[in-house]
Write a protein that binds this ligand. Sequence first.
Ligand code: ADP
Ligand code: MG
Length: 575
Amino acid sequence: MLRLFKGLRPFRTSVVFIMILTIIGTLTDLFLPMLMAKIVDIGIVNNDIGYIVRVGGLMLGVTAVGVGSALYTNYLGARLGNGFARDLRNKIFKKVESFSLSEFDDIGTSSLITRTTNDVSQIQNIVIASLRIFIKAPLMAIGGTVMAVSKNLKLSVIIILVVTVLNLIMVLVARRIIPMFKARQKKLDKLNLVLRERLTGIRVIRAFNKVDTEIDRFNNSNKELTDISLRVNRLIAILSPIMMLIFSITTVVVTWLGAYRVNDSNMLVGDLMAFIQYITLIMSSLLMIAMIFFMVPRAFASATRINEVLDKQPSIKDNPKTLNDNEKRGYLEFKNVTFRYDNAEEPAVENISFKSDPGEVTAIIGGTGSGKSTIVNLLLRFYEASEGNILINDMDIRDMNQKKLRDKIGLVPQKALLFTGSVADNVKFGLEDINDQDIIKACQIAQADDFVNKMDDKYQSEIAQGGRNLSGGQKQRLSIARALAKKPQIYVFDDSFSALDFKTEAKLRKALKEETADSSVIIVAQKVSSVMDADRILVLDNGKIAGVGKHKELINTCDVYKQIVLSQLSEEELA
Ligand code: ADP
Ligand code: MG
């Protein structure tokens, strides 16, 4: 847990201030009953109004100091806690940014979200509370005991008795509640997962009339979370009346026994009243400690989950001795590349080899799940190849800085993803030295210029979250424009023409040809028409290369390819 504080912005001054103010506040708490005893035993007994007013004034002053310091501690505590949470979220986010996709697969995106939000809040809560309570509670317990003993030694035996009983109860409850907290956090993760799937998959769920099953699934997770939360809260709820009961019984016993002593003139009335107040202080300090007791395990569970993220070593790291770029441009080679996803039994791709020189187009065709996107993921080093080498400009991509590697590649992902912002922002996407002319040019090549100009604010038109206000084909064209604007050495189009009609695709590919004259181009596709004029076609079948060659050669030599061609030709003829 303490490790979480490492490397965070120092809050030392706030912490010291909070400590000092808490000590002051506690001292005023201890001081007040003493003054009250004086008023009763001296002022009231002697009927000395002047004395009462003087000491009463002093009490008011002390109270003001106490209230003031409490207010300021709360303010500082809130600032400290929120600042801490902000920095911790930053730290987690930075770490997650360094993850390769394997780590995302491993922890799970929804869990990463809960860990960054909910788990951080849990720890934030304890940071604020504990700082004050850790100082206040022991000070109050010890101070209260000392004061109580000084008022009356014999009555103080009761304190020892009560404290022992309370401690016993707390330990018993804590034992049961800690595993529950851990379980609850897991349920919360699950609920998040279900909710996320349900929200992102809403179209499919409705189209397949799965709303009811999904509601069931959600209700189940929701119920599990509610059940365990209820159990936790019930336990905590029982604790509070028990404490109150002990509290009241103690007060009664002390008052009763005290009354005898006052009657026998062994104790002053004011001292008895002060004694009762000290016992109240001691018990409330114990209650505070109990509160921490319940927060700590929860925070520990959260801290563990956060540390899991922070400790996770990205499986892909930059080689400390990264090579500098050579003078070559646009050369690409796969040498016997094999890759298996962590959670899969079979390799997703096996023994992939091909070579592409600048200006050449390599097409990859194959059914869904044949490993096409996996090849793309490996090229971008989203995942690390298990065997074999991937070379760009004759350099192994493992010897390159990841940023530099990705700078060289213009990726159009299978699922066109746009961000909120203007059209121009999306095409520019972080590139700095790019002018409006370049943006328009990229859109013209991508065949996006026409429809962008028809939008209300043209290139300044806003794109809704996830590109909701665009059609699938429009999204694809904008994400192609985004890759083009980068002017990369290697273009990768992962099934990027699937939502385009025949004519648009033909125009686009013609325009592309000029633009990519000195780059390597990889076109992943399912349509034969998209790959037909490539310089080489890789036919993928179940992660293995079933054939490499030009269209004409493959038709005669590769059975898998022939089947694909036949199935699509007959479709087109029928249409
Ligand atoms: P394609 O793009 O040709 O449709 P993919 O490369 O996406 O195929 O997938 C190839 C195989 O790898 C499939 O069997 C798929 O289920 C599996 N796969 C893809 N992504 C992952 C992942 N993140 N974890 C585990 N298996 C995966
Ligand atoms: Mg794919």
